[in-house]
Design a binder for this molecule. Sequence first.
Ligand code: SF4
Ligand code: SF4
Length: 374
Amino acid sequence: MFEQHLKHTQTCSACPSLCQSVCPVHVNTGNKSFAPWGMMQLLQGVAEKDVPFSPEVAAVSYSCTTCRACVEQCEHEVPIPSILEDIRNMAVKEGKAPEEIQGFLEKFHRHNNPFSKDLLQRLKTLVPEEILSKNTSVVYYATCTSITKCPEIVQDTFSLFKKLKIDFVSLYADPIQCCGYPLYSAGAHYDFVDLAEINYHSLKKYKLIVTGSPACAWTLKEMYAKYDFDLSGKVVTINEFLKPYLKNINFKVKRNIRTKLMYHDPCYLSRYLNEADLPREMISGVSGYAPIEFHDNHAHSQCSGQGGCYSIVNKKSADEITKKRLNEVYEKKVKTVVSQCPTCIFKMRQNSSGLIVRDVISYLNDSIQGTVDE
Ligand code: SF4
Ligand code: SF4
């Protein structure tokens, strides 16, 4: 495992750590051991048998939010997050993963989601029964984080569909469980494949799968295909799905909508899926104003600190990264942040004071009154 990445660890060894300034973990901790360069040095030591693969070494592989900021910066395109995910896989297999990860995996397996909740029961409380039971070829795949932590995203999505007269989408519920991304990220790759197989066989009958979270979209589109569960031609983000409707339908915008807001790019949307412009176009198409930008934006955006299981092992640091990201919002005297990842949104709410944090779809639903013929 370590040997197969030797080429990359050697590339990093010869580099003056050019990506450390964009790594949220390094910036927050100030510890070079947690910069991509430092982690690759350690892994090279293991590959060359100078350092044993101990639980302490395994723990270092979880010092990463998998945000891909370093990949964006690196002229050699060293795939740091993928390398670390391989090491995490080895850590789980050898029982060397941190106890927080082992506890997380046990919790996950109770209901096949990270929150150990019965998601179907939750969904039944969120939307009218007909949205769950409608027989359609197009389904909305609600992420488990939205269902449990930001349920208004699911409700606002169907409210917006109704306002735009989109009546041919049902809420996927058979069986509703996590897409498996957190399992993969934690290093439980075999368990991820088992879950992906079940989801694939349930989802493949649909013509279109509309996803409410970029991490789910990327997992269903890209990760499943890697294991021969190819749904890539059927999976779209909610933005891709809504784009033609917002372009072609004449809709009325409410009076007094929020126009002064900042948009935070989720890593999985802007870097993994390369979809940074579309949410901005949707916001400005409704409000008439471009969102105010963070200093680092689009593919060079800063991570909120909460991805890639980093917060499971390093909660304090993850929350500090989120707070630092939000400092710019206070400095610019803006009161509303809009984003499109339920984890970013939930954690920004937890780590802020006096801010309104909304999903793009909730913002559109807040702003759109209905079609002009109503
Ligand atoms: S990932 Fe790229 S930029 Fe970062 S230390 Fe390695 S070679 Fe340098
Ligand atoms: S993926 Fe993000 S958190 Fe991980 S090493 Fe690269 S920049 Fe740092």
